[in-house]
Design a protein around this ligand. Sequence first.
Ligand SMILES: Nc1nc2c(ncn2[C@@H]2O[C@H](COP(=O)(O)OP(=O)(O)O)[C@@H](O)[C@H]2O)c(=O)[nH]1
Ligand SMILES: [Mg+2]
Length: 303
Amino acid sequence: MRSGDARALARAISVVENHAPGWIELLKDLFPHTGRALTLGLTGSPGAGKSTLVDQLAKLYRKDDQKVGIIAVDPTSPYTGGAILGDRIRMQDHFSDAGVYIRSMATRGSLGGLARATGDVSLVIDAAGRDIVMVETVGVGQDEVDIVRVADITIVILVPGMGDDVQIIKAGIMEIADIFVINKSDHEGSERVEKEIRALQSLATRQDGWAPPVVKTVATTATGVQELADAITKYRQFLLSKDLLRKRRADNWETRLVEMLRDTLLEKARAQLSARDLSRLAADIAEHKRDPYSVIEEIVGTV
Ligand SMILES: Nc1nc2c(ncn2[C@@H]2O[C@H](COP(=O)(O)OP(=O)(O)O)[C@@H](O)[C@H]2O)c(=O)[nH]1
Ligand SMILES: [Mg+2]
């Protein structure tokens, strides 16, 4: 896998994603080889043009001979897999190019949570020697906010005229945007969206002193994509010049560590406690034979 074999990479990701035997050992072994890739998180409403944009960025990075990994997390159509299929079809340009590796994440039943799974998979791709890892996710809820926390740089994609800018602000994505993209700028109303972003930005200043730029794109024609890549480079340089990349990654790891700890402790507790035990305890509590606080203390005490 580390020599760049895409099939070995796919197998390694499956082991990690499915928590197949040895997955933790694999991640332990790979971890020393990670930390080199730049991870970009791209988020926005369904249909905003995330996949098209990711595709164009990948083309650009390939011209620069950078090796690219793409993780597509799209919970908008978890039942049919339609969106994932669509992504694959549109991105098949790259399929003949071993320099672009595309992976769709299962959005249901991810063991230990989607954000955690995405983080683990991006580590595997990083260890495989990819220079850029792009994570595409739909910005709708906390889970997606958590997903972008695996990223070094977060790009929020808005489009004119759908009122979805407001949705994104609600979801708290606004605060985590390092770069704003107004895609579909061939449609009317991109000026208004830009004004709204500027107005919101004036309300809060960032701790790091960075002023997130607003880049207008038409992803379908690659218009503005070079400018977006330039904005990414500029922010990366900003992070490095102020030694903020390290801080950013430490912040991300702090969030991830808590999540990993929660998962692991819960798993251990579950292993000690059968579903039947749990039902029996719940029934006892409902009948006020026992109190839930002592029950939890007891369970935690045995973990
Ligand atoms: N007019 C226009 N259409 C776009 C643009 N970018 C993407 N699209 C189209 O919008 C649709 C959704 O794009 P997609 O990349 O799948 O969005 P995603 O759901 O955010 O990944 C597709 O039909 C794209 O061809 C753009 O800048 N302008
Ligand atoms: Mg997509």
